[in-house]
Design a protein around this ligand. Structure first.
Ligand SMILES: C[S@@+](CC[C@H](N)C(=O)[O-])C[C@H]1O[C@@H](n2cnc3c(N)ncnc32)[C@H](O)[C@@H]1O
Length: 332
């Protein structure tokens, strides 16, 4: 897309009268899967400052007027704030577009897009530089972590949730493994047909859904304690028709773990839960071998490094955009 068309798009979405539904209705359906990558490219261009510099004098005035009418009370002194406000509007627009794409598309379309997106190195690379891109993909799939958190904000949590690490104050980008990391890590495992992978504390199901789609002959199970997150994952699983994916809504420490070749941990448990889960795994290890993949963050990373019945066998370095977090695979 030329800089001129990008400028036009930028001025359109920043306009206070911009409405997502009529805008989307004018775009041919076959172009829908390209809308999100287009918006992320727009965000990157604005972030690098290139696009704002290329605006003509009248376009600059138009953008400034538009920004001023979005937030009339706020005074802007530095060019940086124009950049930040523009970025904020592009982010909001992208998330609203993603939600509409999710509502208006069939599950067959979503399945095709996800397969195309997750198999495209260019698409995955693009998501690396755009923090909100993963949440856009979530919204296409109907995975609304923010809605879960909002719903539970002022309610007393059920007894079963208490003392567990539920992370009800984290943004989806901090709470879940990024889609591109899931795709690259999944590929690095060279999973054979019939392999069983369990995601312990699977949240809204990003890992089983993504890898389940990419590797139909591998079996994925997500175990999640929170009913609200589990239900969203289940809905997407049925929509995407993933017969190789199972979601279980249960406390991983109390109801027992299914047998698997890989268990994945991205900081799901603390304290007694963490110890109980590893006690179960240690018992398993006396009669079969398996691997434990651990994102290198806080617990259980520190805890697992001290276990002498697990040995590191494979190191996966994720990109810098995921705060340098890598994934270590340990073997029994
Ligand atoms: C940091 S999130 C990770 C989600 C996912 N594995 C990923 O990487 O995208 C951890 C999840 O573990 C869940 N969790 C916490 N305690 C649990 C327990 N005892 N049993 C099952 N799930 C639990 C939380 O509700 C949360 O959704």
């Amino acid at each position: 897309m030329s800089a001129k068309s990008f400028n036009q798009l930028l001025l359109t979405v920043c306009s206070p009268s911009w409405e997502v539904e009529p805008w989307l209705a004018k775009i041919p359906r076959k172009k829908w899967p390209d809308i999100l990558p287009l918006f992320w490219k727009l965000a990157q261009k604005v972030d690098k400052g290139a696009l704002l510099k290329q605006l003509s004098g009248p376009q600059k005035t138009q953008l400034q007027k538009q920004l001023a009418s979005q937030k009339p009370q706020k005074r802007r002194k530095r060019t940086d704030s124009t950049k930040l406000e523009t970025l904020f509007l592009i982010e909001t627009a992208s998330l609203r577009i993603a939600e509409q794409l999710g509502k208006k598309s069939s599950w067959l379309e979503k399945r095709k897009w996800c397969l195309r997106w997750f198999n495209s190195p260019t698409f995955l690379k693009l998501t690396e530089g755009v923090l909100f891109s993963d949440e856009c993909i979530d919204r296409v799939l109907g995975l609304f972590e923010r809605k879960v958190q909002h719903r539970l904000k002022d309610v007393t949590l059920p007894q079963t949730y208490q003392e567990e690490a539920l992370y009800l104050d984290l943004d989806p980008e901090d709470l879940y493994t990024p889609y591109r990391v899931i795709c690259h890590w999944g590929k690095s495992l060279k999973l054979k047909p019939g392999t069983q992978v369990v995601d312990l504390g699977s949240g809204v199901g990003r890992i089983p859904l993504t890898l389940g789609l990419l590797y139909p002959k591998v079996k994925f199970t997500g175990i999640e304690i929170m009913r609200e997150r589990h239900e969203m994952a289940e809905k997407a699983k049925h929509g995407l028709k993933l017969r190789n994916v199972t979601f279980l809504c249960r406390n991983a420490a109390k109801r027992g773990l299914p047998p698997a070749d890989y268990y994945y941990f991205f900081n799901p448990f603390v304290g007694g839960t963490l110890r109980q889960v590893f006690r179960q795994l240690k018992n398993f290890s006396s009669h079969r071998s398996f691997k434990v993949a651990v994102a290198q963050i806080e617990l259980p990373w520190k805890f697992i490094q001290r276990l002498n019945w697990l040995k590191p066998v494979h190191e996966f370095s994720a990109d810098k955009a995921w705060e340098g977090i890598g994934i270590t695979v340990f073997s029994t």
